[in-house]
Design a protein around this ligand. Structure first.
Ligand SMILES: [Zn+2]
Length: 316
């Protein structure tokens, strides 16, 4: 059975025809948002969806699941807030169903990705799994009792916005959500890059200054990882601080939810094995022993496809 999976990130729109019986991506398309407005994104999704259906020899549109990088009241199709797209209270489910001419289910992108990993990826075979994701931001998708858990209002798993004390007595940083004290404002990829650029500019990390070749805009988590591997003390200190914050978040999730498996995903963790190790060590050291005893922490298997596969699984 083919279903359409749609993944709407802050930068890119991706679509895939997925054979949902086996979780295989049959064909896919990806393009950068030329215009991130809901009207433009839905028009682009409809165009690419028609293209995919025609390429597969399908005469009519197929039901679609849509993962959106934002807070969604999924079952109603309402996107409450997608800050990286500039969306607020957008009835995206209705818009997409009309444009695609097929039934549509909307969900948070990490919720969709968690479902993909649980059905066909790194969390196969367990009923209670958390996808812990560190990309531009920090977030989670929750599978509890074998089912996607979206919460009463659809915003369960927003672990990037749990509040943490500023590390090392540093002044608070403002999060993309507008609040102070969010985990993401210290440990998300955007925050990591900002802090590393500040350090390079202030001369606190010679390695970063050298690695970026004089262009601080090139500094990202991958470059911090390289500086750390090369023995740069500032980069090592940053990884210890960020690893502790992320590891505590996983330990807290383990105490609250008692998952069998935590799947570690997202571009930052993929690009930074040293950070991933610090995270896992900290989580194991700080989790409630009874919750940590059988807890497995594993890397994502589906990577970028998890959201597409999971979205297709959600299609009505
Ligand atoms: Zn926040």
């Amino acid at each position: 059975v083919l279903r359409l999976g749609v993944d709407i990130g802050g930068t890119n729109l991706r679509l895939a025809l997925v054979e949902v019986g086996i979780g295989a991506v049959f064909a896919s398309r990806k393009e950068r948002h030329a215009d991130p407005s809901p009207q433009a994104v839905v028009a682009a999704a409809a165009r690419l969806g028609r293209d995919l259906a025609a390429g597969a020899g399908l005469s009519s549109q197929v039901a679609a699941g849509v993962g959106v990088a934002g807070q969604c009241r999924g079952a109603s199709g309402l996107v409450l807030s997608a800050p990286n797209l500039g969306w607020r209270d957008v009835p995206f489910g209705e818009m997409a169903a009309r444009a695609l001419g097929a039934p549509v289910r909307v969900a948070n992108d990490l919720s969709a990705a968690a479902l993909g990993e649980q059905r066909f990826g790194a969390a196969r075979g367990v009923e209670d799994a958390v996808l812990f994701f560190v990309g531009s931001g920090v977030g989670a998708g929750l599978i509890l009792g074998g089912r996607l858990h979206e919460g009463a209002g659809g915003v369960a798993g927003e672990v990037g916005h749990v509040k943490v004390a500023a590390p090392g007595g540093l002044p608070e940083r403002r999060c993309g959500c507008g609040a102070l004290g969010c985990l993401e404002s210290w440990a998300g990829g955007v925050a990591i890059a900002e802090r590393a650029r500040e350090a390079a500019a202030a001369g606190r990390s010679e390695a970063l200054r050298a690695l970026c070749g004089g262009d601080p805009a090139r500094i990202d988590a991958g470059l911090v990882e390289r500086a750390c591997a090369g023995g740069d003390p500032w980069a090592r200190g940053l990884w210890e601080e960020v690893g502790a914050l992320l590891g505590d978040a996983v330990a807290n999730l383990a105490a609250l939810l008692d998952p069998a498996r935590v799947v570690l995903g997202g571009g930052v963790l993929a690009a930074a094995p040293a950070l991933r190790l610090l995270l896992v060590e900290r989580a194991m050291a700080r989790a409630l022993p009874a919750a940590a005893r059988d807890l497995q922490m594993v890397p994502s298997e589906l990577g970028d496809d998890a959201g597409l596969v999971g979205a297709a699984l959600l299609a009505p």
